[in-house]
Design a binder for this molecule. Structure first.
Ligand SMILES: [Mg+2]
Length: 333
């Protein structure tokens, strides 16, 4: 028999036996909702139910949704009704399907945009053209993308600049006399002026030559300067060097050619030579060599010739060192 009168708790007025104590119930103690009339376990559950009920309905909780589909948020957590859970899963599944569809669509589009690989023959063609093995050949149609990449991704400009850096280094070892007779001979197209805008619009030289379209472009006189050449030209002119242009353009394009050179930034040349009607039957080598000799006969001392074609820089009277500039689009001899 238990002597409840010996229990200090009873003596203190509490009816809870110490041997059943679960330790302090912080939630209920703090909330002050312990029930004095039930067993301890019952009291604890009732207290928690009461707490949940009162707190979910308290001013500190919020319920969102419609009818039986709702989300309740209070300081004990977030609660979803079964209908809300079903709706949420349906939304997540829909979003997953949409994202998967987008990824697949994007992959298909990227695959379609991908350029076909450049055939090795295009690189071989470019190399052998620069080695002067392919005189008179037209760029193969399947190499248009190769040229487009070469030009538009910057390799063409870099190759061009490296060639002119070498020219600048060489000419810096020489000194032009005060009589302005020390001469550098330049070609014009793809040497002093760039026709890249024209070739970009005309399949990079893979189409058969169309004189009418070309002449329309030339007569616009809008070809930009190749900047490394314009820079070299200006710097060397300031050091008493003289320049002569010899171009395969016909004499009838003299005015637009001079206009284009001036608008691009070139000025003060010593000679501008264009092909006369009587020279139509000459090869480029014959025509250009004849005019270099003519310049020498006038007292000029040719130290260097520069051009994008071998015909600009070969045979006689080309100077002590020549510089071949890149041209991925056409080859003339
Ligand atoms: Mg040229």
């Amino acid at each position: 028999m238990v002597e409840t009168g010996d229990n200090p708790a009873s003596a203190s007025g509490s009816d809870l036996p110490r041997s059943f104590s679960f330790g302090p119930d912080d939630d209920t103690i703090e909330s002050g909702r312990r029930s004095p009339n039930n067993s301890l376990l019952g009291s604890r559950n009732a207290s928690r139910d009461s707490l949940l009920s009162s707190q979910r309905d308290s001013v500190y909780g919020s319920r969102y949704g419609f009818g039986n589909a709702y989300i309740q948020v209070d300081d004990l957590g977030i609660y979803l009704s079964s209908i809300a859970v079903t709706a949420l899963m349906a939304v997540m599944a829909t979003i997953g399907i949409i994202l998967f569809t987008l990824v697949v669509t994007l992959a298909v589009m990227l695959g379609k945009c991908q350029q076909p690989p450049v055939p090795n023959t295009c690189r071989s063609f470019a190399l052998n053209a620069e080695l002067n093995n392919l005189q008179g050949w037209l760029l193969p149609k399947e190499c248009e993308n190769y040229v487009a990449e070469y030009v538009e991704l910057g390799q063409y400009y870099t190759d061009y600049k490296v060639a002119l850096d070498a020219a600048r280094d060489y000419l810096s070892t020489l000194s032009a006399g005060p009589d302005h007779r020390d001469l550098i001979v330049l070609d014009i197209d793809e040497t002093a002026l760039s026709n890249i805008p024209y070739y970009q619009a005309n399949n990079y030289g893979t189409d058969p030559w169309n004189e009418k379209i070309w002449n329309t472009w030339v007569n616009n006189a809008s070809a930009p300067a190749l900047e490394p050449m314009l820079s070299l030209y200006s710097d060397l002119q300031a050091q008493n060097w003289s320049f002569a242009f010899i171009t395969g353009r016909p004499e009838e394009q003299r005015n637009v050619t001079a206009q284009n050179l001036l608008s691009a930034g070139y000025a003060g040349w010593s000679a501008l030579v264009l092909r006369s009607p009587e020279e139509t039957g000459l090869t480029a080598v014959e025509y250009k060599t004849a005019h270099r000799k003519e310049l020498e006969a006038q007292g000029f001392r040719i130290w260097s010739s520069m051009g994008d074609q071998w015909s600009d820089i070969t045979v006689e009277s080309v100077g002590s060192r020549t510089f071949k500039l890149p041209n991925p689009m056409y080859y003339i001899y």
